[in-house]
Write a protein that binds this ligand. Structure first.
Ligand SMILES: [Zn+2]
Length: 401
């Protein structure tokens, strides 16, 4: 390897080596990439710092997936979904698109072809050994991936579960414990139901209803607000946060959306009996807070309560000593040292799962790529490759920006 010239790779300290002599790495012309952790200070970049981001932005969309796997090695790679359904789900429909059962099965087939799917025991022991810096870390396959579902929608058992069993795929399911057994509907689900209620009215009824809602909407310091049609109503309603739930409830009342009735008759969330049945089949359940707040927007004391109490709830329900936890929305902005302390003080909190795609994190935090959405113009069998590429491109740009 004499004569090699290195410059810092992504901030995670991979090193790119300008040398063709390393037999363990693919040779891309004269540029060879090695995934190696360097703990000593990096030499200065050979390219001016303002040029590298520009080159990266131009090159990133054209790099093949196979090359990205070498450039930005991540193992395991995680994916997360919320629901899979062949029919529209009114409590999700206006929030984000989801895949049909056939489209989700194509994802499974893609993963089986390109990755080795691992389950919670492997993830748990990997996280613990890396966190405790145990020298002989358990090895996982070099191309490991894992699947997970957030929020605990009933389709996890009615649609997802049969496909996972058919293909013998392990999976983690994260529950917002306040919603379990259909005890509550979260504020974004209420928004979707309200939009759906307005969409079902004819234009004349929509106008009359919007006239009734507008005075309520203007109470929120937006005195000139004009809710003139379904699009403006949707945009206005979806701009609200969890703290605005009383306003969302008033809008639901004005639209005659019966939330308790919907929970009772439609039963959109998993029940305790369904969870225990899936657990007996080998699926693993974890916590996703009690009421699904964006943790970075609440105090550290409230963050601790949401994490500790929801994990405790799932431990007691499932009989597990320790359960995994997934951040609602994103764990961005949640202090990592605080999380490390919380896990030490509360050993029933297992590894944590975030949604920041391929970002490197503490050894006890696994990142995941959002995979719910079909992409217009992309074949279902290529959908997951599309989201993987999207994640690699973002990580490439982030690493060099
Ligand atoms: Zn969630």
């Amino acid at each position: 390897m004499a004569g090699k010239v290195s410059f810092p790779g992504p901030k995670t300290s991979e090193v790119f080596v300008l040398d063709g002599s390393d037999s363990h790495s693919p040779n891309f012309g004269s540029l060879v990439f090695i995934d190696r952790v360097i703990l000593t200070p990096m030499p200065a970049p050979i390219l001016p710092s303002r040029i590298l981001p520009k080159i990266t932005r131009l090159a990133a969309p054209h790099i093949p997936l196979a090359v990205y796997r070498r450039l930005l090695p991540r193992n395991p790679i995680g994916f997360f979904y919320h629901a899979v359904s062949d029919t529209p789900l009114p409590h999700i429909k206006h929030l984000y698109p989801i895949k049909s059962a056939a489209e989700f099965e194509q994802d499974i087939l893609y993963l089986k072809q390109h990755y080795t799917l691992i389950g919670y025991p492997e993830l748990c022991s990997l996280a613990e050994s890396l966190t405790r810096r145990i020298a002989d870390s358990p090895s996982i396959p070099s191309n490991a991936a894992f699947l997970s579902f957030d929020d605990g929608f009933v389709e996890c058992t009615t649609v997802v579960r049969p496909l996972l069993l058919k293909h013998n795929i392990p999976c983690l399911f994260f529950l917002a414990t306040d919603w379990m057994d259909n005890q509550a509907m979260y504020y974004r689900g209420k928004m979707s139901l309200a939009i759906e209620a307005l969409a079902k009215l004819d234009p004349e009824q929509q106008n009359a209803t919007l006239s009734r809602i507008t005075p309520t909407a203007r109470c929120t310091h937006r005195h000139n607000l004009q809710l003139s049609n379904l699009a403006t109503f949707k945009s206005w309603l979806l701009s609200h946060q969890q703290a605005d739930e009383p306003l969302i409830d008033r809008v639901c009342d004005l639209l005659e959306v019966d939330i308790p009735g919907f929970l009772r008759t439609r039963q959109p969330f998993l029940t305790r009996a369904q969870i225990q049945e899936m657990q007996a089949e080998g699926f693993v359940f974890g916590a996703h807070t009690r009421r699904h707040p964006k943790l970075s927007t609440i105090s550290q004391g409230e963050q601790a309560a949401e994490i500790v109490e929801s994990c405790q709830f799932v431990c007691e329900m499932t009989g597990q000593d320790q359960v995994p936890f997934a951040f609602p929305f994103s764990g961005s902005g949640v202090d990592r040292d605080f999380l490390a302390r919380l896990r030490t003080e509360h050993p029933h909190i297992g590894p944590l799962f975030d949604t920041q795609k391929l970002r490197r994190d503490r050894p006890f935090i696994f990142q995941r790529i959002w995979a719910d959405q079909p992409v217009p113009g992309v074949l279902p069998e290529r959908n997951l490759a599309h989201w993987l590429r999207d994640a690699y491109i973002r990580e490439m740009n982030r690493s060099y920006s």
